[in-house]
Unconditional design. Structure first.
Length: 278
């Protein structure tokens, strides 16, 4: 684990995942470019640790998740697949190593789900490859900006497996059950442009990371309390009845009206200046 620096300085969580925080935006990068950011036990743990640490960084207002080098994440390290054909087992699949005490997720699932647990918006900048486990981690962010030529696939069927890192929770709501099933059953490869057409991704960009950072900067300039409450409301939609959704809107708007940041949003707008939120 790297040293945690000051609130507006770069943060090195580990050699496998780097985090830099500036002006309220956390730039998180998977950092194993020589292996296309492939996943092994150390990478899983570094991703989860980065997300968990960001939960405690109150100055962070938006997060960009990307991969260093030419790929977001090519999936599970090939050495792990080779071990599956023998009597060996990768630590990531051993319950003693994999179990996260007091959580609904195991280690691999948390690598994707932790980005949903963050109170602030998370934007995925996806280029190169997002395959198998890498695809599932890419589904964790709230918004996905992809290069049109990115190769994406729920690839587990190739190895005779089922996706077990949260795809069944994260994928169907955005593409529909029938599309999710086709992707699951076939392991079909789609481009970034096709991902947008299917609803897997939000939009394409020739520079996903630059576009994601620009969007994150825009979000970071909004009332942070309002943005956090918006994510809470929207993330709770699948589990709530219509009445509960209406009640949630009333609860959160009631907490915001008259709050210092809400007053500052109004005042700064009419004074035609940048807001200064707490």
């Amino acid at each position: 684990m790297g040293t945690l620096l000051g609130p507006n300085e770069g943060v090195l969580m580990s050699e496998r995942v780097t985090v830099n925080i500036k002006d309220g935006v956390a730039d998180v990068r998977l950092n194993r470019p020589e292996k296309l950011n492939a996943l092994d036990n150390a990478m899983f743990r570094a991703i989860v640790d980065a997300g968990e640490n960001l939960k405690r960084r109150s100055e962070v207002r938006a997060v960009v998740l990307s991969g260093e080098g030419r790929s977001f994440c090519a999936g599970l390290d090939f050495s792990s697949f080779q071990a599956m054909g023998t009597d060996e087992k990768d630590n990531q699949n051993e319950e003693s190593e994999d179990h996260l005490e007091g959580r609904i997720t195991h280690l691999g699932q948390q690598a994707a789900w932790v980005w949903q647990e963050l109170e602030v918006p998370v934007i995925g900048a996806i280029s190169g490859h997002a395959l198998g486990g890498g695809f599932q981690i890419a589904m964790g962010p709230d918004i996905r900006i992809v290069h049109p030529d990115t190769k994406m696939s729920v690839l587990e069927i190739r190895w005779g497996l089922v996706p077990d890192m949260g795809a069944s929770v994260l994928l169907p709501p955005v593409v529909g059950l029938d599309v999710a099933k086709e992707m699951y059953f076939t392991g079909k490869m789609i481009s970034g442009a096709e991902a947008v057409e299917l609803g897997v991704a939000t939009r394409v960009s020739d520079d996903p990371h630059g576009s994601a950072m620009e969007l994150a900067g825009e979000i970071a300039g909004k009332n942070p309390e309002a943005v956090r409450r918006m994510k809470t409301i929207l993330n709770g939609l699948p589990e709530r009845s219509t009445a509960e959704r209406f009640a949630a809107e009333r609860e959160h708007i009631g907490a915001l009206i008259g709050s210092p940041n809400q007053k500052e949003a109004v005042t700064s707008f009419f004074e035609k200046r940048a807001p200064n939120f707490e």
